[in-house]
Design a protein around this ligand. Structure first.
Ligand SMILES: Cc1cc2nc3c(=O)[nH]c(=O)nc-3n(C[C@H](O)[C@H](O)[C@H](O)COP(=O)(O)OP(=O)(O)OC[C@H]3O[C@@H](n4cnc5c(N)ncnc54)[C@H](O)[C@@H]3O)c2cc1C
Ligand SMILES: Cc1cc2nc3c(=O)[nH]c(=O)nc-3n(C[C@H](O)[C@H](O)[C@H](O)COP(=O)(O)O)c2cc1C
Length: 553
């Protein structure tokens, strides 16, 4: 159908190792077919809005490639590609907002509005996506959703309706890996299968669906003056929206707030537009502020108020009492996003047991200018789980293309980045593959050296070559990239002579770039390559999936 379209807007993210997302894979294969004639899209005008993260080497790779491929097939780009960047201080909106202003102005020049039609002003509130009807009597078939603190059977009843591919598991144990005097709480969480065995391979990822804390649910219900025991039926105004909502039918307000609304996320632009829409008549200071936040000039002010201190939806609604009282439940559904499942590398080796599965979870807590401690939703949700509690999860493929077992494997996993390599190493050792090289880094040998005893036993048993970087145990900081460089000759031989693969996992801040640069240095020094040759050697490794990264912010 693409051939017959006049104007197409593509919105594409990049994931994995510069790959298209799953729901785009068929289209991606199709668009690259060699048999497609060079002029087959000659009547198509298009724009591409790419969503990516500039901390990845293959930044917005899919959007950029799609933009070029459509041109190759004869389509005409209406405007330059919009490169949305997660790293931008304003998120995607940083580049998207100015791009959209430009887009609409060009679009309306080319395709003017029909006579009698007018542009809907930003201040006009659009109809909500869902219509809600309150149910006067509580349904007898549905138990009142409850917090999962009781016995397993009850917990399953009180849990969110299962999303596609999701299932329940029991928490078997949850204990702290870092010493009590260390600033960060890192947990080893063991899950036990309830029904069938877990199915996974090294490199797979566990998606955990968290819920809001009791405290935040209570606070939200209170400020929004909502009765948790009220039930409602919901219908989508247009088809397509119903599938993505994933609420039970009927749904209680308690369930909605506890399991669905991401009340501790940072508000996005539509949230502000709707709030400003309700404050149009307002004369007081806070209502004027909302108007300002939606103007072009007010963006810096909005950033200082909201994004920089990471003020969340719950806190913003607390700050705007006059406006929040106008919000109906259907508006709440429109402006507060659904809680997303979070990814955790599976740390256990499937050959050990398929009845159990282990995760290593760094509990996210940090401070901004706001006095209150910020807490990551899912890591704190998991940290609070006790033996016997039930959680909802799914298991999905990770992004690594499996490294060959007959070649050496170089693994770089500082902090929780080492989790995934426990699984690889465990599986390789079970298959008697001993060519395992792990570079682990943390702050202190005595406080956050994760799995010390396990690694050291593997070294003793000649199953692992271990390289350590403790950044704060001496005056000069030592990181994994320094230890890599110190072992340059060994690494060069492993890579160039023995065909080793390199996997890197962990925080995406500075580490991936520093490690990349360390390898380029090694290639230059020990391979006697020029800068350009070393970079192209690295590119070659990436293309062959012999240098792969799985990182997160
Ligand atoms: C493929 C993959 C594998 C992963 N594997 C693991 C794993 O094995 N172990 C693990 O612990 N995590 C892992 N993660 C990360 C994990 O998915 C979550 O992102 C992490 O646990 C935080 O989730 P949360 O819900 O607790 O925090 P959220 O509520 O999502 O908040 C996290 C956000 O808070 C912000 N933030 C955090 N710290 C600060 C700070 N100091 N200053 C300002 N802002 C800050 C950042 O924007 C961050 O994105 C993985 C991620 C991916 C994509
Ligand atoms: C495992 C993983 C791999 C990623 N790889 C890339 C990448 O190669 N290039 C890029 O620009 N962004 C990359 N990103 C960032 C995503 O494009 C960005 O987070 C985007 O918001 C994902 O949107 P989606 O989850 O809706 O697909 C990656 C993100 C993750 C979690």
């Amino acid at each position: 159908d693409l051939i017959t379209e006049q104007f197409v807007v593509f919105v594409v993210s990049t994931t994995g190792q510069g790959e298209p997302p799953k729901n785009m894979k068929n289209f991606w294969k199709f668009i690259w077919r060699k048999v497609l004639p060079a002029d087959c899209l000659v009547n198509v005008l298009y724009v591409v809005i790419a969503l990516g993260d500039s901390s990845y080497q293959k930044y917005n790779m899919v959007g950029k490639k799609l933009y070029r491929r459509l041109k190759q097939l004869g389509a005409t780009a209406f405007m330059g590609c919009c490169l949305g960047d997660d790293q931008h201080p304003h998120g995607y909106n940083g580049t998207l907002d100015p791009w959209l202003t430009n887009f609409w102005s060009e679009y309306l020049k080319r395709f003017p509005m029909k006579e009698g039609l007018d542009i809907i002003a930003n201040s006009v509130l659009l109809p909500t996506r869902f219509q809600l009807k309150f149910v006067s009597t509580m349904p007898t078939t549905l138990s009142i959703p409850q917090r999962n603190s009781g016995p397993a059977q009850h917990e399953e009843q009180g849990m969110p309706e299962m999303n596609r591919g999701m299932f329940f598991a029991l928490v078997k144990s949850n204990f702290r890996l870092t010493s009590p005097d260390h600033w960060q709480d890192v947990r080893l969480i063991t899950l036990q299968s309830i029904h069938a065995e877990f199915k996974y391979k090294p490199g797979d990822v566990c998606m955990i669906q968290p819920s809001n804390s009791d405290e935040n649910v209570k606070r939200f219900l209170q400020i929004m003056d909502l009765d948790p025991q009220t039930f409602f039926q919901w219908t989508a105004r247009d088809c397509g929206s119903s599938e993505e909502l994933g609420l039970p039918q009927p749904c209680s307000i308690d369930w909605l707030v506890r399991h669905h609304l991401d009340i501790t996320s940072i508000p996005k632009s539509y949230f502000w537009e709707v709030l400003a829409g309700f404050s149009l008549e307002g004369k007081n200071r806070s209502q004027n502020k909302l108007q300002e936040f939606c103007s072009l000039e007010g963006q810096e002010e909005l950033f200082s108020y909201c994004n920089r201190p990471r003020r969340n939806i719950l806190e913003v609604l607390t700050d705007f009492p006059c406006t929040r009282k106008h919000l109906s439940l259907s508006h709440i559904l429109d402006i507060i996003p659904a809680i997303k499942a979070r990814a955790f590398s599976i740390s256990s080796a499937p050959s050990n047991s398929l009845k159990e599965l282990e995760l290593v979870v760094a509990v996210v807590e940090y401070k901004t200018k706001l006095k209150e401690l910020r807490k990551g939703l899912c890591s704190n949700y998991l940290a609070a789980k006790n033996s016997g509690n039930v959680i909802q999860l799914s298991i999905v493929d990770g992004t690594f293309v499996a490294p060959p077992s007959h070649r050496p494997l170089i693994m770089i996993g500082p902090g929780t980045g080492c989790s995934i390599f426990r699984s690889y190493i465990g599986e390789r050792v079970a298959e008697h593959v001993m060519d395992n090289y792990l570079f682990f880094g943390c702050r202190y040998k005595k406080r956050d050296y994760l799995f010390k005893d396990e690694w050291e036993k593997l070294v003793k048993d000649k199953c692992l070559h271990l390289f350590l970087a403790f950044s704060r145990d001496q005056a000069d900081k030592v990181y994994v990239q320094h230890v890599l460089k110190n072992n340059g000759l060994l690494l060069w031989n492993l890579i160039d002579i023995r065909g080793a693969s390199i996997l890197l996992s962990g925080n995406s801040r500075n580490m991936p770039n520093s490690v990349h640069d360390a390898f380029v240095e090694i290639f230059k020094l020990y391979g006697r390559l020029s800068e350009a040759q070393a970079l192209s050697y690295m590119e070659h490794l990436c293309k062959e999936f012999r240098y792969q990264l799985e990182t997160w912010s």
